[in-house]
Design a protein around this ligand. Structure first.
Ligand code: SF4
Length: 317
């Protein structure tokens, strides 16, 4: 758990004279894991990615050659969305592992994944994010048992579900099962507000129950800050935001052979406008952004450090 959670940690930026230019406790460690705010700060002026999210595979691409391009020279981590392209994903994992690039798997339905894929690959992976939609828990247990058997001590496992008010009396049971099965964190999140749907209030007793479980299973079971409403509103940008995008350079997405800025709907629907050659336009006219934290934090940091040489420390308070 300590691997993912950076509770009570602080980032400090100093200049060459050891003077503190900036410090913050807002490190958002789970969200950035296995990288950290430090990795982003040290690459603040870079146009090359430190994290690549692969969200769509293409049988025609030879990824060994594709990922050798100098554009990927700064790559520290690749997150792979696991769909049924198991051979392609296994080849990419082998390439990344041989080149000391951290590997994260993003799994939407682990029950569908062949055991052999997990057995062959799990020892090379540092982080797995598993979405659990309350589907067949027996099979889910079997898949987690395979992961437990073949993982290395470096692996962190996060399970994420969306709040389901009908499951409120089962959450404590799930928490205890997941702890027994080697999971590091169970995160109860919320769905994004669908179009043409009005948000609804969550019953006070449900909120209290979730807050109670968060306290009881501190650092293992986490939920979101705002449980008042059932859905997340869209992450709307307004005048308080920096309107500068660092995320498109530092953590872009690979959709087949296209490097795109991010995967918010307006970009996925119009990929050609949002490819790497247009990244200078990113942020200026975006309305709905999921990388507000990095963009605003790095924009603030850039204004504090100007262009001086810096060192970055993460300390535990
Ligand atoms: S929505 Fe815009 S600002 Fe946010 S990550 Fe995507 S390109 Fe950048």
């Amino acid at each position: 758990m300590e691997k993912i959670n950076n509770y009570n940690k602080k980032v400090i930026i100093k200049n060459e004279n050891n003077e503190i230019l900036f410090s913050t406790n807002d490190v958002q460690s789970i969200y950035l894991y296995p990288l950290s705010l430090k990795d982003y700060i040290l690459n603040i002026n870079s146009k090359k990615p430190i994290l690549l999210n692969i969200i769509k595979y293409d049988k025609k691409i030879n990824y060994d050659i594709f990922l050798r391009n100098e554009y990927f020279n700064n790559l520290k981590c690749v997150e792979l969305l696991v769909d049924d392209n198991y051979d392609i994903i296994t080849n990419i994992i082998n390439y990344l592992y041989d080149n000391n690039i951290l590997i994260t798997l993003n799994i939407k339905n682990i029950n569908k994944i062949p055991d052999l894929f997990l057995i062959k690959n799990i020892n090379k992976v540092i982080y797995i994010k598993i979405f659990w939609n309350y589907y067949n828990i027996k099979l889910f247990e079997q898949k987690l048992a395979i992961i437990e058997e073949y993982k290395t001590p470096k692996l962190s496992i996060l399970i994420k579900s969306y709040l389901n008010i009908n499951k409120i009396n089962s959450y404590e049971k799930y928490i205890n099962l997941f702890r027994k099965w080697g999971v590091d964190i169970y995160q109860l999140s919320k769905k994004l507000l669908p179009y043409n749907v009005n948000n609804v209030k969550v019953d006070k007793q449900i909120i209290e129950k979730i807050r109670f479980l968060e306290k009881k299973y501190d650092h293992f079971f986490i939920s979101v800050k705002n449980l008042e409403d059932y859905y997340y509103p869209k992450f709307r940008l307004d005048n308080r935001n920096s309107k500068v995008c660092f995320a498109c350079y530092l953590k872009p997405y690979l959709y087949k052979k296209d490097i795109i800025a991010c995967k918010v709907e307006e970009i996925l629907l119009n990929k050609s406008k949002w490819q790497v050659s247009n990244f200078d336009k990113c942020g200026k006219n975006c309305s709905d952004c999921a990388s507000i934290y990095e963009n605003d934090m790095l924009s603030l940091i850039k204004s504090k450090i100007k262009n001086v040489k810096i060192s970055v420390e993460i300390i535990k308070e």
